[in-house]
Design a protein around this ligand. Sequence first.
Ligand code: NAP
Length: 221
Amino acid sequence: MPSIVITGASRGIGKGLAEAYAGEGWDVIATARSDGDLAMLSAIDGVEAHRLDVTDEASRSAFVDAVGDRPVDVLLNNAGILDGGPPSVEAWQRSFLVNTIAPTLLSQALADNVAASERKVIALMSSKVGSIDDNSGGGIVMYRSSKTAANMAFKCLEIELAPRGISTVILHPGWVQTEMGGENALIDVATSVAGLRERIAETSSDNSGRFVTYDGQPIAW
Ligand SMILES: NC(=O)c1ccc[n+]([C@@H]2O[C@H](COP(=O)([O-])OP(=O)(O)OC[C@H]3O[C@@H](n4cnc5c(N)ncnc54)[C@H](OP(=O)(O)O)[C@@H]3O)[C@@H](O)[C@H]2O)c1
């Protein structure tokens, strides 16, 4: 069976993805930060749970060691934060650390595992609000700019990793009813997850590097 690594699987979209892939028999390596969330994930048939704080270099390194030399068909960088407070140096740096720097470094660290797999896909859970073209309203500047920068970092990864047969996809999950999305969001986790899985499944060297919504609409950068 194919394997997938999903970061930030304690709740929301990450948890929904872990459940869906495990339900179809994939080998799921899902990450969380708290003991309770790790126990919850471990109780799902087909899920191997690992502790990972993406901002902590030692934690990332221990996680990469735990994955070892296993092939990873899909690496899904899902963990993210939305800090909508007033911008400050500390908060802005944290947004970049979680949303931009960590997924890029983790993808580089696990590139050998992805290259050794059959499907060879690295995905980033970005957001449409990271699109400069789409920004007519402003606001949430720390979140927006960290996602924009993540998009650029993954564009670089696409070019860097193509010679190794790795394809990338940059995803917008929709406005989803999660802790981050809030209860007024337009779609539920199941709808987002179903679309995201289709986008990941269709990712190949022919369309590598797309910035696309869960339901397949291309997003202008
Ligand atoms: N919901 C939406 O409408 C929406 C729209 C566009 C994009 N997105 C993106 O989709 C992704 C998932 O969002 P969501 O709505 O499911 O959010 P969520 O419910 O807030 O879940 C966020 C996940 O990220 C994890 N996380 C946060 N900081 C972390 C860290 N330092 N290390 C490891 N894990 C960390 C959280 O773990 P803990 O439980 O340990 O905090 C949690 O599992 C994010 O990248 C988000 O930006 C969401």
